[in-house]
Structure formats: C-alpha cells, structure tokens
Design a protein around this ligand. Structure first.
Ligand code: FO1
Length: 313
C-alpha cells in the first residue's frame, strides 16, 4: 500500500514513527511544510523537514519537541555573550551541522528537495521526504505591535523571538506564489491513501495546501484521504494551535479541525476522550475513527497509524 502523508513538525514526527512501522520506506512519501524555514546567521534552517528527519532517524529530542537529542548550545551561548540580539533562535551545535550542509548545497545550486533527500539518507531515513516546494514560501503573521502598529513578521519571529505573545490578526501564506516541488502532486495522485498528520492545521498543513495545485489534487482524492485530529479535549497537546486556529475562524476542537479541511477528507480520526463529537462529525459525511491518539511511545503511534489507514476504503 502506497501512502503519502502531509506533515508539519512535532505531532507529525511522532505519528510518522508509527506510520513508518506499518508502511515500508519505499512506499511512504511525506510532503512536509517549509513555510517555517528561516535564514539565521546566513544558514538555511528547515525546522519541519529537520524535525521529521530527526524523528524518523531516531535523533530527535522527545522532551524539547524540536532539534537533536543530546544537543548542546555552546555556539548559541557564545552568540548570546557577543551579541544578545542575535541569539534568539536556538541553534544547537549538532543541529548546526545540518544547516551548514543544507546551506552549502543550496549555495552550490542544488534544490531544497535534493538537500532534504541527502540529509534524510545521512540520518538513515528510507522514507521519501519532499518539501512542499523548492521556492521560498514563508508564513507571515500580522501582529498588533504597540510601537509600530500592525506589522507582518516571519512565523519564527512571531513564535520564537516574540514568544508567541502578540495578538495575531491575520496569517499570510507565502506558498500561494510557489510551485509544488517535483513529485509532490504525483505522490498525492499515486498514493492508495493520503494521511493528514496530527499537525497544526493553520500553521503547518495550511501552508502546504496553499501551494498552487495541492489543495485541488487532494480534493480529487478525497475518498482516500484520512486525517488525524491534533486537538484533544479542546486543546493541542503542544504548540500554538489554540492561539492560531481562532485567527482562521476555526473552533479549537477535533470537530473544528475537521471542518477546516472541508472538501478534502474522506475520514477523520478523533481521540476517545472526544467520542461525544463523533455523530456531529459523521453528519458532515466523514467516516470517523475513535481511538487513543496520545502517542506516548512508538507502539501507540503505530496503533494510531493503523486505525487511520483502516478508515481508507
Ligand atoms: N523553537 C523554540 O521555541 N525556540 C527556539 O529557539 C527554536 C529553535 C529551533 C531551531 C531549529 C529548529 O529546527 C527548530 C527550532 N524551534 C525552536 C522550533 C520551531 O520554531 C517551531 O516549533 C517549528 O517551526 C514549528 O513546527
């Protein structure tokens, strides 16, 4: 069975470890959000592709939620000592090696897709990881700034530098001006099942859907598309979905997240703690799976992945 997944960062990484236990590497393609990519100190950082690579390559930090396990931050500490204004983005010493390599390949004329493939292989990942696009496609947030009035800032500036404290008025997806990376649309068309990972719908999956052609291609495969809710009991397990879903007019519930994907899904998996929402979601025409979606370990992620795939006819 060929499976293509749409993925953001932490929730996706955890889930994909389970999915990769069910679907062999050559049959699994992951289309990953690159709207969070940022150039820091001249190096190109790809948080979501790196997150997926580290999770699948068994190099992730489960507690921190991003970056490498066993990481140190000596270079960043030194940056903070020399110029505190330039150390807001925590680049780990091990992580830095990934960014240096990626940046040197990009400067040599290779694409982000090529750099991502080589990095995956170096981390022993056999799954095919495709950035949604090879073009710049940054997400920007319109934040209310007391000094400067409303201002658009890069996603990482909002989330890391400004600690997600601003009120957000609107979100702008740079992917609307991008082209899908080679293989992205084909992977959606050729898959037996398309899985939307339990990632933030507004910050992680919407940027992928914004890339021209992606949304329509997924809608064309709707009967084979299953999503897993990132929301349990009205809150995300981690991250900023509770702050950003309302900005897009989406209720922070498992039903609200399903509604955000209207026209794209055939089935939706919700947590057993949200079983009360089952009928309301089914009444919108979706098949609904109810199971334990809290992925405490790889075995739990594998059960969740199986439950999702079982909903695809
Ligand atoms: N998140 C933080 O909250 N603080 C950081 O300093 C930080 C650095 C960082 C460096 C590399 C990387 O791949 C991710 C990093 N993240 C950091 C996570 C990232 O900001 C977001 O969580 C993702 O973009 C959302 O998926």
């Amino acid at each position: 069975m060929k499976v293509t997944a749409l993925a953001g960062g932490i929730g996706a990484g955890k889930f994909l470890r389970g999915l990769a236990r069910v679907v062999p590497g050559e049959d699994l393609t992951v289309i990953v959000n690159v709207a969070d990519d940022v150039v820091v100190h001249g190096v190109h950082v790809s948080p979501d592709p790196d997150s997926v690579t580290y999770w699948l390559g068994d190099a992730f930090d489960r507690e921190r939620g991003w970056g490498r396990r066993g990481e140190t931050f000596r270079a960043n500490e030194q940056l903070a000592a020399l110029d505190p204004d330039r150390s807001w983005f925590g680049l780990g010493d091990l992580d830095l090696a990934t960014h240096l390599l990626r940046t040197s390949w990009l400067r040599a004329g290779h694409t982000l897709s090529e750099a991502t493939t080589v990095l995956c292989r170096r981390f022993g990942v056999t799954t095919q990881l495709l950035p949604m696009t090879d073009d710049p496609a940054p997400t920007s947030m319109l934040v209310v700034d007391r000094e400067h009035g409303d201002v658009y800032v890069h996603f990482q500036e909002y989330w890391v530098e400004r600690a997600g404290r601003d009120d957000v008025k609107a979100i702008r997806y740079g992917g609307v001006d991008a082209k899908p990376a080679p293989g992205v649309l084909e992977a959606i068309v050729e898959a037996d099942a398309v899985v939307v990972c339990p990632s933030n719908p507004v910050a992680s999956v919407a940027p992928i859907l914004a890339v021209p052609g992606v949304r329509d291609t997924i809608a064309g495969r709707r009967a084979s598309v299953v999503g897993v809710s990132p929301i349990v009991l009205g809150a995300p397990l981690r991250g900023m979905a509770d702050k950003l879903m309302p900005v897009a007019g989406v209720e922070v519930t498992a039903a609200g997240a399903a509604h955000f994907y209207t026209g794209l899904l055939g089935a939706w998996v919700i947590d057993e703690r949200d079983a009360v929402l089952r009928e309301a979601i089914e009444s919108t025409g979706l098949a609904v799976g109810v199971t334990d979606t809290i992925m405490v370990d790889d075995a739990a992620a594998e059960s969740l992945a199986k439950a999702a795939l079982e909903l695809v006819p």
